[in-house]
Design a protein around this ligand. Sequence first.
Ligand code: RB5
Length: 152
Amino acid sequence: MIKISIGSDHAGFELKKIIEALLIKRNIEVIDFGPRDSDSVDYPDFGQMVAQSVVSKESNRGIVICGTGLGMSIVVNRFPGIRGTLCSDVLSAKMSRQHNDSNLLVLAGRMIGSTLANEIVQTWLDTPFEGGRHQRRIDKIENVHKTKQGEK
Ligand code: RB5
């Protein structure tokens, strides 16, 4: 059974509740890293817990939500092995799985409505990775931090 870690900040809190309900309806096990209410918090605290959970394989994938999705994107992509993709439309959600093998979806709670967010999440869950040439590119991403600056 697929397990998904989820987290947000205050700006993503309302959408997190909606997405959690969708995941549960789909019989997906959810690990909720918070927050528990809409009091102001700092997105790096929650983004890193979700990213760590995916890296350690406690869960299969993650979903994080802040106001714009930008801060969370920056945080989660600091973790080797995380391919975090900010998606605000359905086609991006589809491509992020087909070409980028996204393992962490970033949503912008203040930029998109709940209907669109639900469609994005469903698409991201249901679209398989295409592999092939895209796997080669993903392998290169994972090696970026090992490559010395200026080297090919
Ligand atoms: C919080 O006000 C806001 O800065 C945060 O949710 C996010 O949009 C940061 O990138």
